[in-house]
Design a protein around this ligand. Structure first.
Ligand code: FAD
Length: 457
């Protein structure tokens, strides 16, 4: 059996490792167009900010270690350019020598991920405009920071990557402007929760501009009289913002979202879903019975509403990779929908959420109730307790729709408990009965979750 995998990072690498564990004989080949496989994309902002000092820590596996540990043949710098599903083979270009090879498969797995969105703004291709997806992107940003020595940088987009990059650049002692088109950062939480984040961002001296987008980018080198371009402004950019004002900046990070990489799948005639991702069934099979797809490129089913959604997160990509490998090798496993459970660090705060938020419930017209609690992360008499601000959304019959929390400590634990409760079908009335760990340094005899249950009941 010959299993070919397109994409060697989260979904692709998980699938390759799992496939080998299930089957010792199969020939497993991973094609990755980049130089790196199985790298820690989630760690990229933390290396830029300095929290992860060594670049090597981000490189989790190499083609050699994959061969040694799993007997998987990983071909880096190999881009799959066409799928012939009738003939069950791929066209693969070796990016180092230009050679194009035909590679037959019995089963194919697509895990090509999602690409950062780069809208066709005037000037989008100017040097100094960066996105962050992989190690080379990170290296380019670091080189630009080290060589250009900008004093001021601009981040566009207040989502996970935008916030992480804002913090990383702030940590490098740069002046940072954060532009966000909507009226709040961190779209998964509701506005009143995000306001706590806005206050924290501004407290750090970051120039946060809400309801402000980017309309055009010009290179200052081209604009200005060369004699007048000081060393400081060389390589800089002049941004035109949606409010008509200009902003001069040394470097721009665009973090306004990602779009699934579906060109290969679309060209092969695989069915796409309503959101533009690859359509798969619960076994991660595409519209072709010999082709599976996982990760950021596929549409998933929302845990609460059953709608098709795009939720580009590492946990789902890894689990789907494993499930696809199971099914490719004859097991019967299903992926059980996505809650979108996520967390982000923002200076000394954490913001986390799971399930639906109030904005979405209102859009869907679902009747709902909500409860807010702000208890301490652990017993108040033990030093170091901080409030956990938690918002719980639920149906009149107690079904948990979603939860969001912000605080300095214990946010991950509370959202994780609620994510489990939601998945297990518990109601808000069950929360008061949950028996959670307690000693003064860790929690309270009545935990934040119990308190939320009391308020909701
Ligand atoms: P990827 O991991 O993107 O892998 C796809 C690979 O396929 C790429 O390396 C690409 O080069 C390759 N490829 C594509 N097309 C071809 C082709 N035709 N031929 C050969 N190779 C191809 N998620 C979280 O849950 N938590 C986090 O904290 C978090 N932080 C993140 C921070 C950053 C900066 C980024 C960029 C992402 C972060 N994510 C996080 C998201 C997470 O990394 C993704 O959800 C996950 O990597 C998706 O896995 P994937 O396998 O679908 O795609």
């Amino acid at each position: 059996k010959r299993i070919l995998i397109v994409g060697g990072v989260a979904g692709g690498a998980s699938a390759a490792a799992r496939a080998r564990r299930l089957n010792e004989e199969a020939e497993i080949v991973v094609f990755e167009r980049g130089e790196f496989v199985s790298f820690a994309n989630c760690g990229l902002p933390y290396h830029i900010g300095g929290d992860i000092p060594g670049r090597d820590a981000l490189l989790l596996q190499t083609p050699q270690s994959f061969k040694r540990r799993f007997n998987v043949d990983v071909r880096i710098f190999h881009e799959v350019i066409e799928i012939d599903k009738a003939g069950k083979n791929l066209l693969v270009r070796n990016l180092q020598n230009g050679e194009v090879l035909r590679e037959p498969y019995d089963t194919l797995l697509l895990s090509p991920g999602a690409a950062p969105i780069r809208p066709p703004f005037p000037g989008i291709d100017s040097p100094g405009v960066h996105t962050l997806r992989n190690i080379p992107d990170m290296d380019r940003i670091l080189a630009a920071l080290e060589q250009g020595k900008p004093r001021h940088v601009t981040v566009v987009g207040g989502g996970f990557i935008g916030l992480e990059m804002m913090e990383a650049l702030h940590q490098r002692k740069l002046e940072v402007t954060l532009l966000e088109l909507s009226d709040q950062v961190m779209a998964p939480v509701d506005r009143e929760m995000a306001n706590m984040l806005h206050a924290r961002i501004r407290e750090e001296g970051v120039d946060l501009r809400l309801r402000t987008g980017l309309s055009a980018i010009e290179s200052l080198d081209v604009l200005a009289d060369p004699a007048a371009v000081t060393a400081e402004r060389r390589g800089g950019l002049r941004l035109t913002l949606s409010d008509g004002t200009h902003l001069d900046t040394g470097l721009l990070i665009l973090a306004i979202g990602v779009k699934p990489e579906t060109q290969l799948a679309a060209q092969a005639g695989l069915e796409l879903g309503p959101r533009g991702g690859i359509k798969v069934d619960a076994g991660m099979r595409t519209s072709d019975p010999f082709i599976y797809a996982v990760g950021d490129a596929v549409e998933e089913t929302d845990f609460v509403t059953g709608e098709s959604v795009l939720i580009p997160l590492a946990g789902p990509a890894n689990r789907q990779g494993r499930i696809a490998a199971d099914n490719m090798l004859g097991r019967r496993e299903t992926y059980k929908k996505t809650q979108g459970t996520a967390i982000c660090k923002l200076f000394d705060l954490a913001v986390a959420s799971t399930g639906l938020n109030e904005k979405r419930l209102v859009q869907l017209g679902l009747p709902f109730e909500k409860a807010y609690v702000h208890p301490g992360s652990h017993a108040g008499y033990y030093p170091g307790a901080h409030p956990v601000s938690l918002k719980l959304l639920f149906a009149p019959d107690g079904k948990i729709y979603g939860a969001q929390a912000i605080g300095k400590d214990g946010v991950d634990k509370r959202i994780d408990v609620l994510a489990v409760a939601q998945r297990a079908g518990l109601t808000v009335f069950d929360l008061q009965d949950l028996e959670l760990t307690y000693a003064p340094p860790f929690g309270s005899a009545k935990d934040v979750i119990n308190m939320a249950g009391f308020v909701a009941s």
